[in-house]
Design a protein around this ligand. Structure first.
Ligand code: F6P
Length: 328
């Protein structure tokens, strides 16, 4: 492959955990060892980096984790790392431990941190991992598939009980700023309506959709609502409650919340994480850094972290249309 002989590298997981992070850690460690490198795990993301919490990891230390959700290294959101002082401490720890390359597994906040380390001249490679799938530079990110399958399992069950009672069900899925999970769960779960943060929806429009579903002879109505949608599930439920009998249907709310983050990673997430973790180490070993490793056109691809920060990943408008058409 050429490049440099890396002697010591480190890996951390940061931000919201995502099913498949463990598979990515395993891939980083074992690929690093294959390259003849000593590999260290950093505990609890950037907080552990600042505090110098490094543990050496061998091949057996990452055994039996590929099938586990969460992250064996722990994760954190770390406000201190957003300060100059915090980053200086982290760089000092990296230098003291003689680490020559760092892999950061995480989403937008984590890659922002990675970008600031890269800007300070430290060799860092990001691995695209977030259940939100809102990271520019990767068509799909680690954890999305598992989170969606968890949402689908619930939606399928809710449809059964909704049909028995002719009820409408609101299902709130994660996604504070991005409606990807809601939209895809809506399409593949057969929802009558989807509410996402990207578009404001009038409560009356949702009521109209639910009514139309009953008029078309459906025994239920499922509305998937992203956590960050306006209104959110609670707001909609409140509206329906205030309107009372006028609406002519009963509505119940299920909030999936964090359960979507805690699942057993699917085949897809394990495979994706294995590929991206290995590719991140190969980048470092080839002397290439300051990039995010993700998937583009089904292949592993790299994007400069600065570009990832500047880019926005919009929802595919064709998916919005598909959700509408298939709700018939
Ligand atoms: O980024 C993943 C995510 O689960 C979002 O969907 C959600 O809005 C957020 O994290 C929750 O963050 P926290 O774990 O800090 O409560």
């Amino acid at each position: 492959m050429g490049g440099i002989q890396l002697k010591r590298m480190a890996v951390l997981t940061s931000g919201g955990d995502a099913p498949g992070m463990n598979a990515a850690i395993r891939a980083v460690v074992r690929t690093g060892l294959e390259q003849g490198c000593e590999v260290f795990g950093v505990e609890h993301g950037y907080a552990g980096l600042i505090a110098g919490k490094f543990i050496e990891l061998g091949a057996r230390d990452v055994g039996g984790i590929i099938q586990r959700g969460g992250t064996m290294l722990g994760s954190a959101r770390c406000p201190e790392f957003r300060t100059e002082e915090g980053r200086t401490k982290a760089l000092r720890e990296l230098n003291q431990k003689r680490i020559e390359g760092l892999v950061v597994i995480g989403g937008n906040g984590s890659q922002t941190g990675a970008n600031s380390l890269a800007a300070a001249g430290f060799p860092v490679v990001g691995v695209a991992s977030t259940i939100d799938n809102d990271l520019y530079g990767s068509e799909i990110t680690i954890g999305v598939d598992t989170a969606l399958n968890i949402a689908l399992e619930t939606i399928d069950r809710l449809k059964v009980t909704a049909s028995s009672h002719q009820r409408a069900m609101l299902v709130e899925v994660m996604g504070r700023d991005c409606g990807y999970l809601a939209l895809m769960a809506g399409i593949t779960g057969g929802a009558e309506a989807v509410l996402i943060p990207e578009y404001e929806t009038q409560p009356e429009e949702v009521v109209r959709e639910i009514r139309r579903a009953y008029e078309r002879g459906k025994p239920h109505a499922i509305v998937v609502v992203a956590e960050g949608a306006r209104p959110n599930a609670q707001g909609l439920a409140q509206y329906v409650k205030e309107q009372g009998a006028r609406l002519g249907f009963e509505l119940r709310v299920t909030i999936l919340g964090y359960s979507q983050r805690g699942g057993t990673p699917t085949y897809f997430d394990r495979y994706l994480a294995s590929r991206l973790g290995a590719a991140a180490v190969e980048q470092l070993a080839a002397g290439k850094h300051g990039v995010l490793v993700g998937i583009q056109k089904s292949e592993v691809a790299t994007t400069p972290l600065a570009e990832v920060m500047a880019g926005k990943k919009p929802l595919d408008p064709r998916m919005l249309e598909l959700a509408r058409v298939l709700a018939k």
